[in-house]
Ligand binder design. Structure first.
Ligand code: NDP
Length: 306
């Protein structure tokens, strides 16, 4: 639009750096809210939006990613069900993405699409900084062997856990996950403890029981041994919700001293992505509190990560 006669010429509007979170479904994603808060806090001129990507035809995900970066986009978050495709599409990977075999963050370095995975650091930071839970020397039981579980195993090992056992509904997936990490140089030569795999029904009590299954979202209670939460200091659900999740209720009834949901993990993994893209790690406390309030006010159901 032209300025009215006599008015000062309008200053050119600086282009915003563009970011997206892509997945299917995606409407529930809290990531735009989180990154808008990070941007306000750090004075970053960004836009961050959701984009629903069809799961078919094959190749659609890759086309969307290429169009986005080809059009000058700066960074992508990836959520269900595309984290493995994102990993496959990246031309280079961080070590943690390589071990997870999944990427939740993509960034362009020169002409190269780099895949990273911030779920593990996000969880460990939430446990340490918000919940004051020191992983060093602890026994950990990880329920689930999907994308989220694979993303957090190495971070748990590197945080100094004494033992890590994975239990999954489909035992072969837990066994494969354990074998993959045990074969990595970090475990073979780095002095990290090997990962054990057991069937869900054979899972034993641990200091920390982590739910990285989507059971609560999809199906309700997990079928677990009745004594699993005896002596458990913390039961942590990667899913978050306005109300205690099904898993948190189950853990509390079973004797867990403390329970937490995954909202803090969500905010921390987002801060790690922001750091990768912008070189600055925003303060997460105020954003966590804002989100907790807004989720409570909306009294929504359980939510996915991004
Ligand atoms: P996947 O689909 O990759 O894996 C799902 C896992 O849940 C598998 O281990 C699957 O077992 C198990 N599972 C599903 N239904 C049941 C059931 N009825 N009983 C027992 N086990 C079941 O999902 P993700 O790993 O990506 O995500 C898992 C959860 O973690 C999601 O709810 C997601 O929202 C949350 N998440 C939260 C994050 C955060 O920042 N807070 C970050 C990432 C994820 P099987 O192998 O037998 O199919």
């Amino acid at each position: 639009m032209r300025s009215p006669a006599g008015a000062a010429a309008e200053a050119p509007v600086a282009a915003l750096d563009r970011y997206l979170v892509i997945g299917n479904p995606i409407a529930h994603s809290r990531s735009p809210e989180i990154h808008a808060a990070f941007a306000r806090q750090t004075g970053a001129a960004i836009s961050y939006e959701r984009l629903l990507v069809p799961v078919a035809p094959a190749g659609e995900f890759a086309r969307v990613v290429d169009d986005f970066f080809g059009g000058g986009g700066r960074g992508l978050n990836i959520t269900l069900p595309f984290k493995e495709q994102a990993f496959g599409h990246a031309q280079r990977h961080s070590e943690r993405a390589l071990l997870a075999g999944a990427a939740n963050t993509l960034v362009l370095a020169g002409d190269t699409v780099v895949g990273d995975n911030t779920d593990g650091p996000g969880l460990v930071t939430d446990l340490r900084d918000r919940l004051g839970f020191d992983l060093a020397g602890k026994s950990v039981l990880l329920l689930g062997a999907g994308g989220a579980a694979r993303g957090i195993v190495m971070s748990l090992l590197q945080a100094g856990v004494a033992s890590l056992t994975v239990a999954n509904r489909t035992p072969a997936r837990a066994a494969a996950l354990a074998a993959q990490f045990n074969a990595s140089a970090a475990v073979r030569e780095g002095g990290l403890p090997p990962v054990r795999a057991v069937e869900l029904a054979a899972a034993r009590p641990a200091d920390l029981v982590l739910n990285a299954t989507s059971s609560g979202v999809l199906a309700g209670e997990l079928a677990l041994p009745s004594d699993l939460f005896a002596g458990c200091s913390l039961a942590y659900d990667c899913v978050y919700s306005a109300r205690p999740t099904v898993f948190m209720v189950q853990a509390e009834a079973g004797g867990a001293a403390r329970t937490a949901d995954g909202l803090g993990m969500l905010v921390e993994q987002a801060a790690e992505s922001f750091l990768i893209w912008r070189g600055v790690r925003p303060a997460t406390g105020p954003v966590y509190r804002m989100l907790r309030e807004s989720i409570g006010a909306q009294a929504g159901g359980a939510g996915d990560a991004r």
